[in-house]
Design a protein. Structure first.
Length: 171
């Protein structure tokens, strides 16, 4: 059985994961209308992944005797100066999510809720991967600079990243 404290913070995380999905969906739309099909595909896949993360929280809360709540979401930013800025925002957001997950881990230990602590370990590992991926992408973008040919290749290559990471997904 979940304590009221744990139930509340897990419901807060459900909202964060839902908003993450919406943020990446907005990024996918921005990239798609700019003709960046690879980046758009990558962002659509990220949006789906974040929704899966949210659903894992929903099911966990409900299975542990709590009640998952689906709340209003903040509207995501839909305009970016460049695809580089968009990926910088992605990294900032992943760092924010990591901090939120780490806070949940801390609270689960304070509450001596070891089942929730164990459940959250998957998210801790996932956030390490998410941040590393965002940093790697930004490193590649910085290498490209203003080279349009480099952007074309990056857009094509990130599509391959989507395909390979989707096949390795164990959600």
């Amino acid at each position: 059985m979940l304590s009221k404290t744990i139930e509340k913070v897990l419901n807060d995380q459900i909202r964060i994961e839902s908003e993450s999905s919406q943020i990446y969906l907005a990024m996918a739309c921005w990239a798609e209308v700019k003709g960046l099909e690879g980046i758009a595909g990558f962002m659509y896949a990220q949006s789906d992944e974040e929704r899966d993360h949210m659903l894992k929280f929903v099911k966990f809360v409900n299975e542990r005797g709590g009640h998952a709540h689906i709340s209003d979401l903040n509207e995501p930013n839909v305009k970016f100066k460049s695809f580089k800025e968009m990926f910088e925002k992605l990294l900032e957001h992943e760092i924010f999510v990591s901090e939120s997950i780490n806070n949940l881990v801390d609270i689960s230990l304070q509450e001596k809720d070891y089942a929730t602590h164990n459940f959250l370990q998957w998210y801790v590992a996932e956030q390490i991967e998410e941040e590393a991926m965002a940093r790697t992408i930004l490193d590649k973008i910085n290498l490209i600079g203003d080279d349009k040919g480099g952007l074309y290749l990056f857009d094509r290559d990130i599509q391959q990243l989507t395909i390979s990471s989707a096949s390795n997904d164990n959600v």
